[in-house]
Design a protein around this ligand. Structure first.
Ligand code: NAP
Length: 315
């Protein structure tokens, strides 16, 4: 690893999260100094010459302007998959992006990398996608050298998705007896949507490489791994890689899931947006990302999971 920050300081909003941690590691390997902005500092953080931590909140703006001072670029990762009492999609995606863009402009930070998501479009059915779309539009209108990335499902040992599948496989999370997916037909037997999971390290790699590729400025990239699967076929990859016994894979029909999530009771393990998005394809064409990121060769889901599965904690 290069131990120099001569390439400058890069602010990473959400740098303590799943994608953020891999992105920060990549920045350090590439010789940047990473400045992490999050609401809470991670427990047991240790000093490192190439990492700085600052607390702040991209929704109310606290600490964002000062975090931006002296940076050469910003990678804006903050986003949420479910709304909470404290943070709506509107706040975490639209309001936060407005604040980060304004702070970047004010501090003269010209290079701006933005994390969006596959399926983002103007009239999307899911609020998640709608608010990601409005954030993207603000980025495009900003007078900055921006690049937008739209990954679909991201996997890695610290990701919520991988942890959930592993728990299903171990029979430790509902529905306990099988690995579920949302399916069409009265019994949920029909796989309707395809996904294209990307390994978090492959994603972090393009986020960081974009900083030094001027041809990627003012472009939006769909990005994914090499495999396109239906949900049950993807879950079967985990059956192949994880220790025996194999877990059954069964569909849950969309219609009761939609009805339940429209009036959610506490403890329901999915929300309305997640049910909607599970019924939509989340796949992409890799032509543009391969053209503009020479050598981009993301790992298959099976190879990626094999590379980290033994490092995951047993719980
Ligand atoms: N994971 C996926 O499969 C996936 C797929 C497509 C797109 N994405 C997008 O990728 C991005 C990163 O996702 P992730 O999975 O890495 O999320 P994550 O693990 O939940 O991390 C979120 C990060 O944002 C910080 N954060 C949240 N609210 C904040 C606020 N108001 N102010 C400052 N920091 C805040 C969190 O730290 P604190 O809680 O301490 O503030 C944490 O560092 C998101 O934009 C997401 O929509 C993710």
């Amino acid at each position: 690893m290069m131990q120099s920050d001569k390439k400058g300081v890069v602010l990473v909003t959400g740098g303590t999260g799943f994608v953020g941690q891999s992105t920060v590691r990549r920045l350090m390997q590439a010789g940047y100094k990473a400045r992490i902005l999050a609401r809470k500092l991670p427990a047991g953080q240790t000093d490192h010459p190439l990492v700085e931590f600052c607390t702040g909140n991209v929704v109310d703006g606290q600490g964002v302007e000062s975090a931006m001072q002296g940076c050469t670029a910003v990678i804006h990762l903050v986003g949420i998959i479910r709304e909470t009492r404290f943070q709506s999609f509107e706040q975490a995606h639209v309001q936060a992006t407005e604040i980060v863009l304004k702070a970047a402009s004010g501090a003269g930070v010209r290079r701006y990398i933005h994390m969006s998501a596959s399926g983002t479009r103007e009239h999307a059915a899911a609020q998640y996608h709608q608010t990601k779309w409005r954030a993207e539009q603000m980025v495009r209108a900003a007078n900055l050298n921006w690049t937008i990335f739209r990954p679909g499902l991201i996997h890695g040992p610290d990701g919520e998705f991988t942890k959930m599948v592993v728990q299903w496989h171990r029979g430790k999370a509902p529905p306990f007896l099988f690995m579920p997916y949302f399916g069409g037909g009265p019994l949920g037997q029909r796989a309707v949507a395809r996904v294209q999971p990307i390994f978090v390290e492959d994603l972090a790699d393009v986020l960081v490489r974009a900083l030094e590729l001027p041809d990627t400025e003012k472009r939006t990239y769909e990005v994914g791994g090499p495999d396109q699967f239906t949900w049950p076929v993807m879950l079967e990859v985990f059956n192949t890689v994880l220790p025996k016994p194999r877990r059954a894979i069964l569909g849950i029909p969309f219609w009761p899931a939609k009805a339940l999530s429209a009036f959610p009771l506490p403890g329901l393990p999915f929300n309305h947006d997640q049910v909607i998005m599970a019924g939509e394809d989340s796949v992409c064409d890799l032509v543009a990302v391969k053209r503009d990121f020479p050598g981009f060769a993301p790992q298959t889901l099976e190879a990626g999971v094999r590379s980290y599965i033994t490092t995951m904690r047993p719980d």
